[in-house]
Write a protein that binds this ligand. Structure first.
Ligand SMILES: Nc1nc2c(c(=O)[nH]1)N[C@@H](CNc1ccc(C(=O)N[C@@H](CCC(=O)N[C@@H](CCC(=O)N[C@@H](CCC(=O)O)C(=O)O)C(=O)O)C(=O)O)cc1)CN2
Ligand SMILES: [Zn+2]
Length: 748
């Protein structure tokens, strides 16, 4: 059997860089959660996983060449850790599966790997810990088995692995590593292991192998590019390698890859169009494979088939071996549009989810296929009054009085002890709450009963917090299916899907709403819930909103106008909500921006413009309040280095921020950025089921006090508690309150 993937000149091959792997109905999520709770054994989990893989191949088999090895039980970076046998000793258990989940989720014996955002997406990967002591070894079983699964079906299969350079650039130095060590120092050793992985794939019959090097879509140093050249000269010597990025242009890495002799490069022609122009100016061998990534893997709009075909032709002028592909893995879009029959027709016909995108790829590859261009935005999707209101906002609509003045007014209005204790907003979303919501959605529970059930939950959450002795309370967000979708359901300009699930991390999924038209608020969205919660307690209850940047980041957003313009529309709607909360007597309003870091452009050149519009939209949403009304914000899941200035520019009065996994390092950064208001460094990592020790939390608070001074520190977890169970929440919050009291006493 001929497994080499030489692309015939006439009919370009259709392929995709990756595919959703949670199953069209989240089958893998359900199997994983059953396994973790002890209801499904390892064999049962493997059966469910095999069924999901089989379904992926069913879909992908309409392509000429299918990517393999793209399934994952939890995360593909963790899969790569296992493929190079780099699991930390603390995660090694008596079975591979148990080790895998120990690394992913932690257990009584070990904290999990750190989790962080995958480039500018809402997907989270597990961060490899690499040191001089890491002993790499090749473990090709998964990659080979999945390749053979596809081959046995008679498919032309292309194994996919995360490339060695990106793997190390995404890693962090292990605890054991000496100062100055960088994971990339281990590149030579790792490449030896990759040659073995590739050899095992060749032995199994692989021709072209796709190595994902998304880190090459970011700015890289000369030294890193030299390392790329050396690695790929070596790997390309015995294997036909296709390099894929998927998160923008390769830029200066493109000629480096070509000179190293790789067989081909998959281009992101949605976000990385400059690569196409660069190629036209280079002297490229006509034997080089190029995949034209013309179908957007990051958004759900139907492709412009005419434009895709035109790009394809441009590439065909450069090379005789051109294929058509998605711009990135399709991991970031839902599987199928078919269940979304309730969407407005004009919207439905403009949409394309993963299955539909495979068809678009085929159409563009087919010389006889449709060449239909994209239709213009309907006039009915414009809202003149929103545009007029925005244009009329004064120049200082995003300015508050200086922090010092606000701080005094707020302390007078709401007196608080040092190190005030609070939570980030959500309390456990129990199965019972979700079932009630599901019943309500299906018409099996009437509105008044549903509302009564949610109010009872608010009352229980308030009682719970009073008992724990927290200082600033929350209503617990039981009524919210998701912190973005909840608002999208109430704002005009958004549509929400019935089953458009996208993996966020592990078994956790989201249904990103679709922002397709001008945005406006129809009525207050949260005031009733906050006011009800406040009516039950003497303690202050925080209002709780999601900020404009996060609403955009976690939605699929119209691409017919700049994101900045869309952000301002969302901000204006939130400004109205903030105003209504304030008018209802809410003294503290938290506006969450956990995705502030996420939308930061991968390339430094575009970052200043982003910081400007992102922070301006937050301030438009929040700056309308009086000085004595406190604005809090919350950020999580990030390396904040590049957005520290933006965090300061939000001009919030209190910022709660993920810090427990990074050992409070972020506090010194904030200080350097001249951030002068208060901080709630997360002292409990809520992404792990472990209950933190009160003494560890006290120690974290002491570090924070040392960095910032006692009057600027709040005590809180590092994110909301919706994914946790009350069995973990109660003892953890007890410990948190105790820790704050201990440190307070030591201050006195
Ligand atoms: N959009 C978004 N992105 C985010 C976050 C976030 O909160 N939202 N947090 C960060 C971490 N990411 C997360 C992503 C998802 C979840 C999460 O808990 N997701 C839930 C689904 C949340 C949801 O939409 N819930 C709905 C629907 C729940 C559901 O599955 N209902 C069943 C029926 C009831 C049941 O069986 O549970 C069904 O429809 O089939 C609701 O509560 O109404 C899950 O995967 O389990 C948590 C964190 C970063 N990115
Ligand atoms: Zn959070």
């Amino acid at each position: 059997m001929n497994t080499t993937t030489s692309v015939p000149a006439k009919r370009p091959q259709a392929t995709a860089l990756g595919y959703p792997r949670i199953g069209p109905n989240r089958e893998l999520k359900r199997a994983l959660e059953a396994h973790w709770s002890g209801r499904l054994d390892a064999a049962g989990l493997e059966d469910a996983a095999a069924a999901v893989r089989s379904g992926m191949l069913d879909d992908l088999s309409m392509l000429d060449t299918v990517p393999t090895g793209i399934f994952s039980l939890y995360d593909h970076v963790l899969d790569t850790i296992c493929a190079v046998d780099a699991l930390a000793p603390r995660h090694r258990r008596d079975s591979e599966l148990a080790s895998y989940f120990a690394a992913a989720r932690g257990d009584e014996a070990a904290v999990p790997l750190e989790m962080t955002k995958w480039f500018d997406t809402n997907y989270h990967y597990l961060v490899p810990e690499i040191g001089p002591e890491t002993a790499f070894a090749a473990k090709p079983a998964k990659a080979v088995a999945e390749f053979l699964e596809a081959k046995e079906r008679g498919l032309d299969a292309r194994p996919v692995l995360l490339g060695p350079v990106s793997f190390l650039l995404l890693a962090k130095a292990s605890e054991e590593a000496p100062a100055g060590f960088a994971p990339l120092d281990r590149l030579d050793d790792l490449v030896v292991v990759y040659t073995e992985l590739l050899a095992a794939l060749r032995d199994a019959g692989a021709g072209l192998v796709q190595l994902d090097e998304p880190a090459l879509c970011a700015d890289r140093t000369e030294a890193e590019l030299e390392a790329v050249a050396a690695v790929y000269r070596r790997l390309a010597a015995d294997t036909q390698i296709l390099i894929a990025g998927g998160y923008g242009p390769f830029g200066e890495a493109l000629p480096v890859l070509l000179e190293a002799g790789v067989e081909g490069v998959a281009l992101d022609l949605v976000r990385g169009r400059s690569d196409l122009e660069a190629l036209e100016a280079l002297n490229v061998s006509r034997e080089t494979i190029f995949l034209a990534g013309v179908v957007d893997g990051r958004n759900i709009w139907r492709a412009d088939l005419a434009k895709g075909a035109a790009d394809l032709e441009r590439l065909q002028r450069i090379s005789d071996r051109v294929g058509v592909s998605s711009s990135s893995s399709l991991l970031h879009v839902p599987v199928d549009l078919a269940p979304e029959q309730d969407l407005p027709e004009a919207l439905f016909e403009r949409l394309s989810f993963a299955r539909q995108k495979l068809q678009e790829i085929n159409q563009i590859a087919d010389p006889e296929g449709s060449r239909e261009a994209r239709p213009a935005t309907p006039e009915a999707w414009r809202d003149a009054s929103v545009r007029e209101r925005l244009a009329a906002l004064g120049a200082d609509a995003d300015r508050r009085v200086p922090y010092a003045n606000r701080q005094a007014a707020q302390a007078e209005r709401v007196p608080l002890p040092p190190l005030p204790t609070t939570t980030i907003g959500s309390f456990p979303q129990t199965a019972e709450l979700r079932n009630a919501r599901a019943a309500h959605r299906r018409g099996l529970m009437i509105d008044t009963d549903y509302k009564a059930r949610m109010k009872a939950e608010v009352a229980a959450v308030i009682a719970e917090q009073e008992k724990l002795g927290l200082d600033v309370l929350v209503h617990g967000e039981p009524e919210r299916n998701d912190m973005v979708q909840y608002f999208a359901e109430q704002l005009t300009g958004f549509a929400t899907t019935a089953a458009g699930w996208v993996q966020s991390y592990g078994s956790r999924c989201v249904r990103p709403p679709i922002l397709f038209a001008d945005v406006a608020r129809q009525a207050p969205m949260t005031v009733e819930w906050t006011s009800y919660a406040q009516s039950l307690t003497e303690k202050p209850v925080k209002g709780m909103l999601t900020g404009p940047v996060t609403i955009l980041a976690w939605s699929f957003v119209r691409d017919d106008q700049p994101l900045a313009d869309t952000a301002d529309q969302v901000a204006l709607a939130l400004r109205d909500e903030v105003g209504d909360l304030e008018a209802a007597g809410t003294a503290i309003i938290q506006v969450d921006e956990p995705a502030l870091r996420e939308l930061l452009p991968v390339r430094a050149a575009s970052r200043a413009a982003y910081r400007d519009w992102a922070t301006r939209s937050f301030r438009i949403a929040t700056a309308g309040v009086r000085p004595e009304t406190a604005i809090h914000t919350h950020l999580c899941y990030s390396e904040f280095g590049e957005v520290i200035d933006a965090i300061a520019a939000l001009d919030a009065d209190v910022t709660s921020i993920e810090a427990s996994r990074s050992k409070m390092e972020v506090l010194a950064d904030l200080d350097r950025a001249n951030y002068r208001s208060a901080v709630g460094p997360g002292v409990w990592d809520i992404h792990s089921p472990r209950v933190p020790a009160a003494e560890d939390m006290a120690e974290a608070l002491r570090l924070a006090v040392a960095a910032l001074g006692p009057e600027r520190v709040w005590a809180n977890p590092d994110c909301g508690l919706k994914t946790r169970r009350y069995e973990e929440v109660r003892p953890s919050l007890e410990g948190l309150v105790a820790a704050a009291r201990t440190v307070r006493e030591q201050l006195a």
